[in-house]
Write a protein of this length. Sequence first.
Length: 77
Amino acid sequence: MLAKPKLSEREVEVLVRWLRSDSKSEVARELFLAVGTINTHLTRIRAKYAAVGRPAGTKAALVARAIQDGLLDLQDL
């Protein structure tokens, strides 16, 4: 079984919205956040995945992790 990082509800929300969208700017507008805040969330998410031995340095890798962890289905993309 794969080790899952403990992501906050907000981190999951940011991650899933970003994976479904074309840009961080779009997600920032939807969530009424700055793009820098989106970047901070994504940096923390990547760090949490790396901490459990499942690094995800690219958007494609984060898609794979989200699918593996049941946060997202291929049909959602």
